[in-house]
Write a protein that binds this ligand. Structure first.
Ligand code: HEM
Length: 180
């Protein structure tokens, strides 16, 4: 996983809690990187899962809430890299629909070692978008947080629900986004 996601997590913990908490969490995990991350390098996915697990235990926050919260926090950072692809976009659904075919595709082109999830879309009506999420990382709650972050960015209100989930043994996650 890209170092930028790790440095984002460190920043999130420092801003929402404290640097001390981040250092304690790093200390409690056995990390090949020793917890030192460069944004452009790639690190073992397991390190992220270990850190997130340790954080969730220390904060007594369920992991889905932690991943979601981090996604909301991290969205502006990702959006900062993607502005040129989304300059014409004004609606959260129109934005989410270009993530797979444009934004993540560009991420892959720029760094063939990057790994991004597959997102497939279904638009049953004007106010509903269903995102099918597939990834070896099973980070659907982070995806939910990014979607909520995107809604905030476009100043639109959405509600999310998941009817199928990789973490429950389904073969993909189905995230339903309803405009309010
Ligand atoms: C609502 C919008 C978005 C959603 C739902 C989304 C979803 C995700 C998820 C869930 C991951 C974690 C990895 C995984 O699940 O396998 C990820 C990784 C990533 N995304 Fe997105 N994303 C969004 C927007 C963006 C934007 C705007 C950018 C900007 C360039 C971006 C760039 C990346 C990068 C660089 C990674 C890490 C790749 C790696 O570790 O190799 N995403 N995305």
């Amino acid at each position: 996983m890209k170092g930028a996601i790790f440095t984002g997590l460190a920043e999130f913990v420092e801003q929402e809690h404290s640097l001390t908490l981040w250092l304690e969490v790093v200390d409690s995990c056995t990390l090949a990187s020793k917890g030192e991350y460069l944004t452009t390098e790639i690190y073992d996915d397991e390190e992220f899962f270990m850190l997130a697990h340790a954080l969730s235990e220390k904060l007594a926050t369920p992991a889905p809430d932690l991943y979601r919260g981090f996604g909301v926090y991290f969205f502006p950072t990702l959006m900062g890299i993607a502005t040129k692809y989304a300059s014409h976009v004004e609606d959260v659904f129109d934005f989410i629909i270009i993530v797979d075919s444009v934004i993540h595709t560009e991420v892959q082109k720029a760094d063939p070692l990057a790994y991004t999830p597959t997102l497939l879309y279904d638009r049953p009506d004007d106010n509903t978008l269903v995102v099918r999420y597939l990834s070896k990382r099973k980070m659907c709650h982070f995806a939910e947080g990014l979607i909520l972050g995107a809604a905030k960015h476009f100043n639109q209100k959405v509600e999310l629900s998941q009817s199928q989930c990789l973490l429950k043994g389904d073969d993909h996650c189905l995230i339903r986004i309803q405009k309010r």
